[in-house]
Design a protein around this ligand. Sequence first.
Ligand SMILES: NC(=O)c1ccc[n+]([C@@H]2O[C@H](COP(=O)([O-])OP(=O)(O)OC[C@H]3O[C@@H](n4cnc5c(N)ncnc54)[C@H](OP(=O)(O)O)[C@@H]3O)[C@@H](O)[C@H]2O)c1
Length: 327
Amino acid sequence: MKYKAYLVEENEGQFSGSIKELEVPSLEMGKVLIKVHNSSLNYKDALASTGVKGVVRSYPFVPGIDVSGEVLECSSSKFSVGDKVIATGYKIGMAEFGGFGGIVHLPDEWVLKSPENLSHYDAMSYGTAGITAAACVKKILDAEVTKNLPVLVSGATGGVGSIAVGLLSKLDYEVHALTGKIDEIEILKSMGATKIISRDEYMSEPAKALDKGIYSGAVDTVGGEMLSKILSMISNHGVVSCCGNVGGMMFSSSVFPFILRGIQLSGIDSAESSLNLKSELWNLLSNQWSLDLSNQTKTVKIEDIDLEIDKILKGNQIGRVVIEHGE
Ligand SMILES: NC(=O)c1ccc[n+]([C@@H]2O[C@H](COP(=O)([O-])OP(=O)(O)OC[C@H]3O[C@@H](n4cnc5c(N)ncnc54)[C@H](OP(=O)(O)O)[C@@H]3O)[C@@H](O)[C@H]2O)c1
């Protein structure tokens, strides 16, 4: 039996993806075979699709760190045929062929049963971006960060950023959105932001050792110098959830935000989080924290993914991209 997948191949150092028919693997012990109904596009998938070093172990390869589908076969009693399941992160789309294919063959310890009330489509409109945003927000909530000052979200129109804006706003925080797409005021407001800040304006002055503490917390998807600046502007006992590096890997800070304001810098690694934490976050997203993402989600067939990969690499995506496989 064959299935259709977006296979990335390397040819003389150049990487390109195309739709290929692949043989369905035979079920191995400890694994589960899943028919993928939907996947989604994350920044990491774009890196995997273009051969950026350090993401995929070896090519040819099928990217896709997110999967929502139904169990076809399982080597243990953990899942029954037909179970609705979600799998995100771990080494999916990095060392194991991922959700850009119509079938995946994954270790069963990476897979969880989907909440009853969450469709395949809705699950993937959150995807890794959604559980990452939820993990960032949970750090802020768990530290009981005050709602008396606004929280800042960087990369606000992106996948993680837009969901973080929505979640924080739903949880009654005043949300300020930091964006490079200053023309997208309306969509950012519809996501729940009350103030839109231009990235260029925000970054026009270099970070100080300690600036005015005007934010109670932040979700930073950008990293680099933007993170340096954000840290200097967090008020006493605030929390910055740091999850991304689209703006750079290295950042600098003085110790002042930490020793004079007691702020916390919380790292998020959603891919390698425990299945228990992932399950908790999926339950929140499908119940108390559920968001209507329809305005900020686009659906594409896997055949049309190239254009979307190009857009996310240029920082031009808005919200989320859900991938359909069809029959
Ligand atoms: N730690 C984890 O567990 C985890 C999980 C998922 C994702 N991530 C990381 O989080 C980041 C965002 O992922 P995503 O899937 O949300 O990507 P995305 O949809 O492309 O969003 C990133 C957003 O950042 C802004 N941006 C892009 N390039 C920038 C630049 N050079 N300087 C400043 N801002 C820039 C843009 O928003 P604006 O135009 O609105 O500014 C862009 O839409 C990535 O670094 C990704 O690897 C980490």
